[in-house]
Design a protein around this ligand. Structure first.
Ligand SMILES: [Cu+2]
Length: 350
């Protein structure tokens, strides 16, 4: 009897899951499998050469100067110092500009500042309501059973097993709840995964390499890279947050798709930026990709989120989101400050 009832029910539920998925997967899903590994590799290779001018243009570079070393204007002396000073001031910390940072006694997320994080928050809130209801329901049931069926009030226990109705109910309701959670959950994944297109045409590529215990950042579109180390507590200036401040922050333009390629030089680290909903393991020998689009200029903090050794808690991440013009000025100064990396130039010239 139970089986006869359950089989069509399970089939109906499976169809209920499959149909909306199919509908959501719609037209875009056809493009997703089309992006093969080979295409990804090609796109990645292009990012280092032909695409570089396009990327640069998208982030404010008007000419094709990003194809190679900054040959057109070889700044020297005072001009060079001024460009570097400008870059430093653009990347500088200012407490008034902090947008994404954990606060004492914070019990909820930081303010969402990327499209993916906004969807994640929505999903979290919904699931939170559901689990709260379930927890209260189960607790109430336990209390009811403890009181109603205690030995004193219920001296002769009834001896029966199986109840078809109850069994069907406690099978079907959880299935419905899972479907209820599953649909928005898959929508978040979908929002994230539609970057099958986005990630091949980013406005900017940032390569992140985890090291014990600091981060190395490369801007392959511009041919420079640098290490980013924590600012020690005794070196902090007034207002700078302890354990979060770094010497060289990441600088990215606002409202631009930043493709982040993440790897590690030693052990597994994890590059996490809560306000953008990004957390990606940095695995030695593997290049992982993710992306974000920062929606508000300001300063954001994150931390290594994979236990990576004794100074795991001392490799923070600082991102400064700036306007296109500031980003362009920053890249010009940063190129000079961090001097062009030979390998990078080689890649750009291929
Ligand atoms: Cu780490």
């Amino acid at each position: 009897m139970t089986q006869r009832l359950l089989r069509p029910l399970i089939l109906t539920c499976l169809m209920a899951i499959a149909l909306p998925l199919h509908a959501h997967a719609g037209p875009e899903s056809q493009t997703m499998p089309a992006v093969s590994r080979e295409d990804m590799a090609k796109a990645s290779a292009k990012a280092n050469q032909a695409k570089a001018p396009g990327d640069a243009a998208a982030v404010g570079q008007k000419t094709g100067e990003a194809t190679a070393a900054p040959a057109p204007k070889e700044l020297t002396g005072a001009d060079k110092d001024a460009a570097i000073a400008k870059a430093l001031s653009i990347g500088a910390f200012d407490p008034a500009q902090v947008v994404g940072m954990a606060k004492p006694w914070q019990i909820y997320y930081q303010k969402a500042e990327s499209p993916v994080m906004e969807k994640l928050e929505g999903l979290h809130d919904m699931v939170m309501v559901i689990i709260t209801i379930i927890t209260i329901f189960v607790l109430a049931l336990l209390v009811f059973i403890c009181i109603r069926f205690r030995a004193k009030a219920n001296p002769t226990a009834r001896r029966f097993a199986h109840n078809t109705v109850v069994e069907v109910v406690w099978t079907v309701i959880p299935i419905l709840i899972l479907i209820l959670i599953g649909i928005p959950s898959i929508r978040v994944h979908y929002e994230y995964a539609k970057n099958a297109n986005i990630i091949d045409n980013p406005d900017l590529t940032l390569k992140v390499t985890g090291n014990q215990w600091y981060w190395h950042y490369d801007y392959p579109d511009f041919g420079f890279g640098y290490d980013s180390n924590i600012t020690k507590t005794d070196k902090l200036k007034p207002g700078e947050p302890r354990l979060l401040m770094v010497d060289n922050p990441i600088v990215v333009p606002v409202n631009k798709v930043v493709r982040v390629q993440i790897t590690s030089a030693d052990v597994i680290h994890s590059w996490a930026m809560p306000a953008f909903g990004v957390k990606q393991d940095a695995v030695p020998g593997k290049l992982s990709e993710t992306w974000f689009k920062a929606e508000e200029p300001g300063i954001y903090f994150g931390q290594c989120s994979e236990l990576c050794g004794k100074y795991h808690g001392f490799m923070p991440i600082m991102i400064k989101v700036v306007s296109d013009e500031d980003f362009k000025a920053w890249t010009e100064g940063a190129k000079l400050k961090f001097a062009a990396n030979d390998n990078m130039q080689f890649a750009l010239n291929q």
